[in-house]
Design a protein around this ligand. Structure first.
Ligand code: SF4
Length: 166
């Protein structure tokens, strides 16, 4: 059997793409899965054209669509990120799973903070790119790196990914 191709938030692989120029390399994850899968790194924020370093962002839910904005400037990056996602997502249809960065306003598969327009925390949910990915590929298993550290989760995830190959 070949190896399943797994999408992964690029910062988890150690790529220095985070807003502060750093990364969040997950050594445990890479050691456990590195020989079992083929990685497809994706960083929505840098691949859509934002610089590194950049202003940190947050999700805001006002009237209408969920937006992603710079925390201090209020600069709205939603249209740029959405346009990139629409163009990029078709190229990800061969993925058998996706490991997303927890709590990211772009990447989290759930649990990202959502604020109102005054900066008051009102709920949590998926980041914008993860939201689009899950909508487009509802049968593809997704998880964040923190959940993969839970007992059994890693084995369950890789088994579901392999099932998609057959
Ligand atoms: S957008 Fe995703 S991949 Fe890029 S730095 Fe943020 S969490 Fe990591």
């Amino acid at each position: 059997m070949g190896k399943p191709k797994i999408g992964i938030s690029s910062c988890l692989l150690g790529q220095p793409v985070r807003y502060d120029g750093g990364h969040r390399k997950d050594q445990h994850l890479l050691e456990k899965l590195g020989s079992l899968v083929l990685w497809q790194p994706v960083c929505p924020e840098t691949e859509c054209g934002l610089p590194t370093p950049r202003e940190p962002m947050r999700l805001e839910q006002g009237v209408g669509l969920l937006r992603i904005k710079g925390i201090d400037s209020g600069t709205d990056h939603t249209d740029m990120l959405s346009a990139w996602t629409e163009a990029r997502i078709s190229g990800l249809e061969d993925l058998c799973g996706f490991i997303f960065k927890a709590r990211s306003p772009s990447c989290a598969p759930g649990g990202a903070d959502i604020f109102d327009n005054d900066g008051v925390l009102i709920s949590t949910g998926p980041g914008l790119f993860a939201r689009a990915f899950m909508k487009r590929f509802p049968d593809v298993p997704v998880i964040d790196e923190e959940s993969l550290h839970e007992p059994d989760e890693l084995g369950n995830f890789i088994a579901r990914a392999r099932n998609l190959m057959s």
